[in-house]
Design a binder for this molecule. Structure first.
Ligand SMILES: [Zn+2]
Ligand SMILES: [Zn+2]
Length: 92
């Protein structure tokens, strides 16, 4: 799977990273206080943006691994501007 079309957008909480999700949402991860922000969309896709995004995503998914309905994810990394992005989308 190639990287989604990540792009920086302005939000009321500062600059965030979004992508075309395919559902009606505009999932946006906004880094704050040097920590990555994330959004886990209602459609099951999750992305983190900010320094440490990859390890934050790993910890987040590990914390959900016990869930019965947790899907398998395809993961990837991207850089948008200077922002590190890590994503995990459910496999079909
Ligand atoms: Zn959604
Ligand atoms: Zn979505």
């Amino acid at each position: 799977m190639s990287n989604p079309d990540f792009r920086v957008i302005a939000t009321e909480k500062g600059e965030g990273v979004t992508y075309t999700c395919g559902c009606p949402c505009v999932p946006t991860a906004v880094p704050a206080d040097g920590a990555p922000g994330f959004e886990h969309c209602c459609c099951g896709k999750v992305h983190f943006a900010g320094a440490g995004a990859e390890s934050a995503l790993t910890a987040y998914l590990a914390g959900r691994a016990h869930r019965k309905r947790e899907p398998r994810y395809t993961r990837g990394l991207a850089t948008v501007g200077a922002v590190e992005v890590a994503w995990a989308f459910p496999q079909e």
